[in-house]
Ligand binder design. Structure first.
Ligand code: HEC
Length: 147
């Protein structure tokens, strides 16, 4: 192999590595932003779950507030997994089954809406399980299994 050819191949390989790194960097703010959104949802569940379990007294205002945050964030999920934002712990199936994925975000939105409408503890406890199920119903097929 001539020196010139070897250099050319090395340059091409280097360009490919740099190109990949640049793409990963361009995607990461969107991935970080949607992971933050998910963490926010986790924070709402830490308000709601103890009320469900009776570890905290039922507080209608706090429950409605947390459910309202879940409604708003569920609406943001489809757009947070837009074209070209593959990565993080999101499984590639999201982008090949986007309509199904989006329907799972809608299921969370609807369940959280019913939770936000609960006006007493009995209604709250009846509505809450569907919210937890909606989180798991999407994580199971579309999120990398957590260790
Ligand atoms: C429509 C699908 C969908 C629904 C509904 C959903 N999630 Fe997620 N969630 C994901 C995906 C996909 C990821 C991985 C995202 C990534 O790494 O880019 C994730 C990641 C997370 C994470 C980890 C974030 C991080 O720091 O990496 C938490 C926490 C989380 N979800 C909580 C929840 C909770 C709580 C609910 C229900 C209130 C919920 N999610 C509902 C799809 C969903």
């Amino acid at each position: 192999m001539t020196k010139g050819l070897r250099f050319g191949l090395a340059t091409a390989a280097f360009a490919a590595v740099v190109g990949t790194a640049l793409i990963a960097e361009a995607q990461s703010p969107q991935i970080a932003a949607r992971q933050d959104g998910m963490k926010q949802q986790g924070a709402q569940m830490r308000v709601l779950t103890p009320m469900m379990r009776g570890e905290q007294p039922y507080n209608m205002a706090a429950a409605k507030q947390a459910a309202g945050v879940l409604v708003a964030s569920a609406k943001n999920i489809p757009g947070a997994f837009g074209p070209g934002t593959e990565g993080g712990n999101a499984l590639p199936a999201i982008w090949t089954s986007k309509a199904d994925f989006d329907s799972k975000a809608k299921a969370l939105e609807d369940a959280a809406m019913r939770l936000a409408a609960a006006n007493d503890e009995a209604a709250f406890k009846a509505a809450f399980p569907a919210v937890g199920a909606a989180c798991g119903g999407c994580h199971q097929p579309y999120r990398k299994p957590q260790s």
